[in-house]
Design a protein around this ligand. Sequence first.
Ligand code: ZN
Length: 211
Amino acid sequence: MKKIPFLEGIKEFKNLHFRENEILFKELVDKGQNPKALFIGCSDSRIIPTLITNSKPGDLFVIRNIGNMVPPFKPDNDFHGTAAAIEYAVSILNVEDIIVCGHSNCGMCRALYEEDKIQGIELIHVKNWLRLGKDVKETVLKIYKNNPDINIYELTEKINILYQLKNLLTYPKIKEKVESGELRLHGWYYKIETGEIEFYNSDTNSFELVL
Ligand code: ZN
């Protein structure tokens, strides 16, 4: 048998953390999952949704992809993994909150400015995925032109969150539920270096620390 990665960790989970939460896991099997929120985060290995929200198994329905992106609603026959998970969370699990969580030092946001490095058949899907950030980049470059002192990557990471919130509203069910007050959308910016989260405030159109 080939070497199993993380075997020590798996053992520790089984013998320690699973035991600590055994009743909760049993309940989640008996009653099924009923997460309150859909968390859309980046695949970056440094972003751990349950850790930064101190949440338990069953609390968060999670989608992670490169750059915490939300592809706009596109009802065709392609395999839309992110869209399928969004639909499931909204229409079957009836989550009450959707969090789009961007982060500092995001490789996808940086890659928008280094597209020449992403070439070849082995990166065809990454290259295509970056197209989702085209409008973000255009918006950022317009702002940057008049404010050359700002941190272009941080601005990109934050503007990217706002575009994904906008894209969520292209899903008819989300729009309907947001308008009726059944569903709330949130933009979060997680800073890896400090562990802080800045929350988007639509009243001031800015990301704010509240803690
Ligand atoms: Zn990222």
